[in-house]
Design a protein around this ligand. Structure first.
Ligand code: DAH
Length: 339
């Protein structure tokens, strides 16, 4: 009996300091087929009935004590391991405060859109957005570009759902949405991303950005258009900027014009950047075509309006002297950090 007490004491002591592997060995040593306690139980036959009972009971008790001590120690060790692992993987939420993460900033395209918005807001325009997925009607039809019209040639795009929908080739459909939803007076700009089915090179990209402008009311004339766009160009570039309105053609405006600015690089003498013209085109514009007003059921006898479209990358390139549009989309930090 004393022997069994001794065995328990000794086992408990060993279990206390055992690691997972040692626990397995102890289990074998005490409870295994040839373990100490199994031996005792096997040898019971040599004792008297009385002793057999006592020793047997004692040995079984020892067995269950040692068994549960081993189990408890196992659970404890597993918890310790888990705690250690958690400690190692713990996130230190205070760390970002001290971590030298560089502060980011707006992408030059986003920044340019913001700069354009600021100028037009100061001139009384509201900002609205339109969907990038359009129907043929919004992108072409309502803008006086009928099917099979050659004006579509320069605006090939990506079609979706058969030919039902397409990615807008310009922000001009924003004009249609605005007029469908509001009666005059309207005075909005529509910034956004546009798409063309085009191979990319230094001055072309299948994805780029525009800011559309539209103002419709009674008595709006070309004078208003000239004033607003001259103001914009001088606020966006430099206050002394020399600009001109050159006759042009767009299906959705009549008359149409393109606005050029005097080449800032050569002062108008002619250079590589302005292709020896002395002038650089910065945007397209015109008086809203009566067919467009009619398409949105505006009273074309009562209302007139002007519209314009600005290529965001284009004027950012002019402002910052960037010679390849692809730089905007490569996410090369050496480029982006300069803004
Ligand atoms: N939508 C034309 C384009 O992408 C740009 C444009 C020209 C917009 C004249 C206008 C405008 O609103 O009046 O080429």
């Amino acid at each position: 009996m004393n022997n069994i007490e001794q065995i328990i004491k000794e086992a408990v002591e060993k279990i206390k300091n055992a690691d997972i592997k040692a626990l397995e060995n102890l289990k074998v040593d005490y409870l295994g087929k040839n373990g100490v306690l199994t031996q005792i139980l096997k040898s019971l036959s040599q004792y008297s009935v009385e002793d057999k009972k006592k020793i047997g009971a004692q040995a079984n008790k020892a067995k269950s004590i040692i068994e549960s001590e081993i189990e408890n120690r196992k659970i404890f060790l597993k918890q310790v391991l888990l705690d250690e692992k958690m400690q190692k993987e713990k996130l230190d939420y205070s760390q970002s405060f001290y971590f030298p993460f560089p502060k980011g900033h707006f992408h030059p395209v986003a920044q340019t859109i913001q700069d354009i918005i600021v100028v037009f807001k100061s001139l009384g325009f509201s900002v609205v957005e339109g969907p990038e997925i359009e129907t043929d009607w919004y992108n072409f039809g309502a803008l006086n570009i009928p099917e099979n019209h050659p004006a579509r040639d320069t605006q090939d795009t990506f079609y979706l759902d058969g030919m039902k929908n397409l990615l807008r080739t310009h922000t001009s459909p924003g004009q249609i949405h605005t007029m469908e939803q509001h009666q005059p007076p309207v005075k909005v700009i529509v910034p956004g991303r546009v798409y063309r089915n085009e191979a990319s090179d230094a001055s072309h990209s299948a994805t780029f950005h525009q800011v559309e402008g539209l103002a419709v009311d009674e008595n709006i004339t070309f004078v208003d258009l000239k004033a607003v766009l001259t103001d914009f160009a001088r606020k966006f570039f430099v206050s002394e900027l020399d600009i001109r309105f050159r006759p042009s053609h767009f299906q959705f405006t009549e008359p149409s014009a393109e606005v050029d600015m005097r080449c800032m690089l050569c002062g108008g003498k002619g250079c590589r950047v302005c292709k020896n013209l002395g002038w650089i085109e910065i945007l397209g514009c015109g008086m809203v075509h009566t067919n467009v007003l009619k398409a949105v059921k505006y009273d074309a006898d009562r209302y007139t309006g002007y519209a314009f479209g600005i290529g965001v990358e284009r004027i950012a390139m002019l402002k910052y002297g960037i010679d390849d549009i692809r730089l905007f989309y490569e996410n090369d930090l050496r480029f982006l950090k300069q803004f």
